[in-house]
Ligand binder design. Structure first.
Ligand SMILES: C/C=C/C(=O)SCCNC(=O)CCNC(=O)[C@H](O)C(C)(C)COP(=O)(O)OP(=O)(O)OC[C@H]1O[C@@H](n2cnc3c(N)ncnc32)[C@H](O)[C@@H]1OP(=O)(O)O
Length: 261
């Protein structure tokens, strides 16, 4: 295919992914679950955090990269949406189908939207792919609008080894572990997975609003700047479900929304 636009509508296939209770527990630990949150870390009481689903569906954006739609070494995860349809089992198999739903032309970059559907969730990845824009397509959604002061702000510490833990859940792109790969996307050191930051923000939001984090019904956010493992962040929330995560450099997740049932 010659133009990114040619990938719109492309079916990326179907996959059934199996997991055990070890995997949602590892997910909970990798996004900062505490030892007293037994529902998240102890198999006898386990409830699966819905964003764990995103680790099961990681194959879909990877298939698009492997098929040649973009250069895997310089693309980044631009944004994510997750809609929960029903709870994930504690262990078992999930069958999913994926396709490219949109291709946006940002001038300097192309943005691919990849949707993954299963009977438990619908998830959409936006992949920001520098160097292949300017193909005459539509620009798509712009930057999120400015917000008033947040209704609450909670500090969020990331761990120096957080990307090393999170990658064991399936996203083993080298930019999260190898300084040379990080340099290839212009970063001074390996960066944290956007989904680790967003998942951690959702967990903080649940604690703050008094919801059980496994009751999450929808989550979304745009990755506005990289996070470096070990950085201190702030999670900001709005009563209507708005969510933003900032570092001392500015927003790292903006346009966020999280809802609990
Ligand atoms: C395989 C990888 C997995 C990962 O997990 S990677 C880790 C998670 N992701 C990140 O850390 C990415 C953090 N974000 C960034 O580094 C930057 O942010 C970007 C490189 C994505 C973009 O920065 P810039 O090239 O400076 O773009 P601009 O000049 O701010 O905007 C140009 C156009 O691109 C749109 N855009 C900007 N950021 C995103 C995004 N994150 N997702 C989708 N579109 C984006 C804007 O809106 C605008 O377009 P309009 O003029 O139409 O408004």
């Amino acid at each position: 295919m010659n133009s990114p636009a040619d990938w719109k509508g492309r079916v990326l296939g179907e996959r059934t992914v199996a997991y055990t209770d070890r995997d949602p527990i590892l997910y909970a630990l990798a996004i900062g679950a505490r030892p007293d949150e037994l529902d998240l870390v102890f198999e006898d009481r386990l409830r699966v955090l819905p964003p764990f689903a995103l680790t099961l569906a990681q194959w879909a954006p990877d298939v698009l990269g492997s098929a040649g739609a973009f250069e895997v070494g310089n693309a980044v995860h631009g944004s994510q949406r997750l809609q929960v349809l029903k709870p994930l089992p504690l262990a078992g198999e999930i069958s999913m189908q994926a396709r490219v739903t949109e291709v946006w032309d940002k001038g300097s970059a192309a943005v691919y939207d990849v949707a993954v559907e299963s009977d438990c969730f619908v998830a959409t990845w936006s992949l920001f792919c520098p160097g292949i824009g300017g193909f005459g397509g539509e620009r798509g959604p712009g930057r999120p609008s400015a917000l008033d002061s947040p209704d609450w702000t909670v500090p969020l510490s990331t761990a120096a080894n957080q990307a090393l833990l999170y990658r064991l859940l399936g996203d083993r792109h080298h930019i999260h572990v190898d300084p040379a790969a990080a340099a290839g996307i212009g970063q001074p050191r390996p960066i944290l997975h956007g989904l680790a930051t967003l998942g951690a923000g959702a967990l903080v939001a649940a604690r703050q609003v008094g919801a059980h984090p496994a009751d999450l019904t929808s989550l979304e956010g745009r990755f506005a700047a990289p996070v470096f493992p070990g950085e201190e962040l702030r999670v900001e929330g709005w009563s209507g479900g708005g969510l933003r995560i900032t570092s001392e450099r500015g927003p790292v997740v903006d346009g966020g929304r999280v809802h609990f049932g």
